[in-house]
Design a protein around this ligand. Structure first.
Ligand SMILES: Nc1ncnc2c1ncn2[C@@H]1O[C@H](COP(=O)(O)OP(=O)(O)OP(=O)(O)O)[C@@H](O)[C@H]1O
Length: 322
């Protein structure tokens, strides 16, 4: 682990017991995240992308210690998040925060925004309720809202304003690492850019590190320093955001890019179409998880799972042919 590594994911896996069969009579294990190894540097924005259900949110929650791994570990500054207890865990919780997709459900409708924003200060014993009012005002200002908003209730705000409040709450205790889980996908396109720009300004100002989960490649391209592409629970490609056009990419990444909406069709990279549907994570294919859909698949892909390994100085790829 290098000196600047903030978070190190080591062989991280997480399975869930899910009901299957007639009226859910059977139970099976679903491997949502499968043996992920990844480092996140201090101050970095790591984008996590992939199709719905590939395990992005589960990996993000494991990374900030909100979920316990079934195997492997998430090391934050070298500390295994799953082994922390008591005061150590409390102290760590302040430093790891989440911005949720849906600002409406993450805010208590019965609390004024001022009370909701004061909660973290009071729960963590930072200050008294009276002193918290001044902190709430400066938090609101930090996210571009006036202090008069403190006395209002969540339903009195627009979607974009509510997400600003969600951001303020996540940043109240000055965390080091923030999981932003689809933070703009519930918002109108017209206000997505404002919220993304706010997140970038705050990153700069507060020296934040983000794990940024999104299904929208354009959003990730705008936000991330590095991108990790997930497929059926595994990370298959990791690259610097400026290398979106690198021909060494994984066939799945190429297909994702080719199918993404593009304002200028001439800029769309040529890639063969991905074949068929995503297989069920309850029954993942043998070998390379992507082989049934890969236009380049050969015999070895059915037999052997490719490891994620460096293929260029700036790229990790899990493909037998890269
Ligand atoms: N608590 C849970 N119980 C059972 N299965 C779960 C649970 N959480 C996630 N899963 C399953 O794990 C897999 C990965 O889910 P996850 O939400 O991490 O994917 P995702 O890539 O974030 O998807 P989306 O973009 O749709 O949010 C899915 O098959 C999902 O159904």
């Amino acid at each position: 682990m290098s000196a600047e590594t903030l978070l190190s994911l080591r062989g991280l896996s997480r399975s869930f017991r899910v009901a299957t069969g007639f009226l859910g009579a059977g139970k099976r294990s679903l491997l949502a995240v499968d043996d992920v190894c990844l480092d996140v540097a201090q101050g970095e924005v790591l984008g996590l992308v992939g199709e719905s259900g590939c395990g992005k949110s589960t990996l993000g929650r494991l990374a900030v210690g909100l979920l316990r791994p079934s195997a492997g570990a998430a090391l934050f500054e070298g500390h295994d998040l799953a082994s922390l207890k008591g005061e150590g865990l409390r102290r760590m919780r302040r430093r790891l925060q989440i911005i949720f997709q849906d600002p409406v459900t993450s805010l208590n409708p019965r609390l004024t925004v001022g009370s909701a924003l004061a909660e973290p200060f009071i729960i963590h014993g930072v200050c008294t309720r009276r002193q918290a009012a001044a902190k709430v005002s400066s938090l609101l200002e930090e996210v571009g809202l006036g202090p008069e908003h403190a006395s209002r209730y969540p339903h009195q705000f627009s979607g974009g304003q509510r997400q600003r409040i969600g951001i303020a709450r996540a940043l109240a205790l000055r965390p080091s690492l923030v999981l932003a889980d689809e933070p703009v996908s519930a918002l109108d396109v017209s206000i997505q850019a404002q919220v993304l720009n706010l997140l970038m300004d705050l990153r700069q100002k507060l020296g934040l590190t983000y794990v940024f989960v999104a299904h929208d490649l354009a959003v990730v391209r705008h936000m991330a320093d590095r991108v990790a592409v997930m497929y059926l629970g595994g990370v298959v490609d990791v690259f610097a955001a400026q290398d979106f056009a690198d021909p060494a990419m994984h066939p799945y990444t190429a297909a994702l890019l080719a199918s993404a909406p593009q304002a200028d069709p001439a800029r769309r990279p040529a890639a063969p179409p991905v074949l068929g549907e995503t297989p069920s994570p309850l029954d993942p294919p043998t070998g390379c998880r992507f082989h049934p859909r890969c236009p380049e698949a050969a015999a070895i892909c059915r037999q052997k799972r490719p490891a994620l390994r460096p293929v260029t100085p700036r790229r990790l790829c899990a493909c037998h042919f890269r």
